[in-house]
Design a binder for this molecule. Structure first.
Ligand SMILES: *Cc1c(COP(=O)(O)O)cnc(C)c1O
Length: 371
């Protein structure tokens, strides 16, 4: 019996399998907003907000990775916002991560709380024990960013199911190659494809995926009515990134693990967080539900001045926010008001050769030590 192909092989060959003689192998960018429509509509393409062939191909590709129906959005926040708008009504209660992506809580407090949605927040480490009674929606982000705490997706999914709540997982940090929240029982997975999925720091996009068809129909309807459509040009860039996703993610994860090991044993580093380190508080749960541990390492130096100098000294760390790109970047998270110490750095590993990145990072620390 032949072994089943991995999802990434299916993704890479998805388009070519449907082609006839003379058709282009690479994905064409279908920029048209309007399509031939003589007579009555019959399900074919007719207007860009309702459907576009380039976007649909990319949705099918991501759908292979998620093993679920997928709807693309013009940013990660547009995907998150679509899920909230689709599911939350006045009087509903939502439990959200207290230490994950900040704009999720800002969106809830700015736009949903004033309309009567009850918003509660819970630290990622406490999610598995949180009270889910009366919850309509539970949203987790694991590993959380930038603290890199982890919660047990399967355990929370069980409890959400008993409570009648819908479990939504933001899988941006892990990617579907390293963690599959839907397989672990989550109802909806969403991602900022802006990060590792597109992977080149040049396009904003996001997606929602679920195996619940009626729920996905509602998300699709919301997108059409709200007009949150990704441009076919951006969808193309995402497609282009997806073709190298596995290579990039695997190198970035390998880099993060190697850098975390070095930082963890360095005398100037006060503490290091990486779910892939065997002693890390997240490791036990992470190793049960993740294949690899993502591109982000967090660590603490003595103060902000030291931390800024480290970033400045590191010839392979761009001083920038975001992650999942080709280059490594680093920043002091205190500048965004995260609940971290002054010297807390988020290092988002890129795809540089591992030895170069470890050496550059070690050199940057050595220069700090010699001042
Ligand atoms: C970046 C990010 C988002 C938002 O994505 P945008 O494309 O910037 O809107 C959401 N969740 C997580 C975990 C992110 O890192």
């Amino acid at each position: 019996m032949t072994k089943k192909l991995s999802a990434i092989s299916d993704l890479l060959h998805h388009r070519a399998r449907g082609l006839s003689k003379g058709e282009p192998i690479s994905l064409p960018i279908m920029a048209s907003t309007t399509f031939m429509l003589p007579g009555d509509p019959d399900g074919s393409h007719f207007y860009g907000r309702n459907g576009n062939p380039t976007i649909e191909t990319v949705e099918a590709e991501i759908g292979i990775l998620e093993n679920a129906e997928t709807v693309l959005f013009p940013s990660g926040m547009a995907a998150i916002s679509a899920v909230f708008h689709t599911l939350l009504r006045p009087g509903d209660k939502v439990l959200v991560h207290a230490d994950g992506y900040y704009n999720v809580r800002a969106l809830l407090s700015e736009h949903f709380e004033p309309r009567g949605v009850i918003v509660e927040a819970c630290a990622t480490v406490d999610m598995a024990d949180a009270d889910l009674t009366e919850c309509r929606l539970v949203m987790i982000e694991t590993p959380s960013n930038p603290g890199l705490d982890v919660c047990d997706i399967a355990a929370i999914a069980d409890r959400a199911k008993s409570a009648g709540a819908i479990l939504v997982a933001d899988n941006t940090t892990a990617t579907p190659l390293c963690q599959q929240p839907l397989d672990l029982g989550a109802d909806i997975v969403l991602m900022a494809d802006t990060k590792a999925m597109a992977g080149h720091s040049d396009v904003l996009c996001g997606h929602v995926a679920s195996r619940d068809t009626s729920l996905m129909n509602k998300v699709r309807t919301y997108r059409r009515l709200a007009g949150a459509i990704v441009s076919p040009f951006d969808a193309y860039l995402l497609h282009r990134g997806l073709e190298t996703l596995e290579l990039r993610v695997s190198r970035a994860n390998q880099n993060a693990l190697a850098v975390a090991k070095m930082l963890n044993s360095h005398p100037l580093v006060q503490s290091t967080r990486y779910p892939g380190l065997p002693h890390d508080a997240s490791h036990a749960v992470a190793s049960r539900q993740m294949r690899e541990y993502g591109p982000i390492v967090s660590f603490t130096l003595q103060d902000r001045q030291f931390a800024e100098k480290f970033i400045n000294n590191n010839e392979l760390a761009v001083p920038a926010t975001s992650f999942g790109g080709a280059h490594t970047s680093a920043e002091c998270r205190i500048r965004w008001g995260d609940k971290v110490t002054d010297g807390f750095i988020r290092l988002a590993c890129g795809i540089e050769p591992t030895e170069d990145l470890v050496n550059a990072t070690e050199n940057a620390l050595r220069e700090l030590g010699s001042e």
